[in-house]
Design a protein around this ligand. Sequence first.
Ligand code: PGA
Length: 252
Amino acid sequence: MKRVSFVAGNWKMNTSRSTAIDLARGVVRGAMSGVDIGVAPPFVYLDAVGAAVAGSTVKLGAQDVYIEKNGAFTGEISIEMLKDLSVSFVLAGHSERRHVLGEKPELVSKKAQTIYAAGLTLVHCVGETLAQRDANQTFDVVRTQLGELGAWVTDPQRLVIAYEPVWAIGTGRNATDAQAQEVHAFIRQTLAKTYSQDLADRVRIQYGGSLKPDNAKALLSQPDVDGGLIGGASLKAESFLAIAAAAVAAAR
Ligand code: PGA
């Protein structure tokens, strides 16, 4: 099964208005075919970055969303607001939301469903902590986090799983090619059991966690690795595009 890789930049709480626009323009200028490319800036720059990527193949993403349509939810952003700005993909369950902001599985699950039900692409993030890996709980943790998805998932084109071992995020310590492939294959098997082999074969599974130009080719060449979710290295167009180019090379 040939899957087109998806390489997405998660800018987290970085950039200013002008550096965000410059970065988006740089990504648009260097974007190549053969890979789907997306950028997820902070909420406040979505409009400006959306204008910078408009008319290009670069997709606009959001890092989070709230589960209610509107109302008294101070500080929160609804899915309709994101759609209004032409956002096409949204992250749910990023480890920083789970572990730094304290989001519970129930909320992650509702966010995932909110994104999917709105017709957008859901990037559902899963991954174990170092303590969980050391206690041999990686598969259990990932299986449980995949369980946050429900029977409502029917379209494999609008589901992306991002496997991001927490110990590899922002630490400079990436998973080895074999460690990534092992968990990615497990994720695909779990999706096949829960949904269908056909759905599992079509879902893109991104690797995230210290993905850099120099380790991208090897990681992205693994058979069940279909692109990446990139934090630090997505803040420079050059390094981000080098990873996208590695995804294209890996597909050959
Ligand atoms: P990193 O972040 O590339 O800086 O490790 C990845 C992520 O958290 O999405």
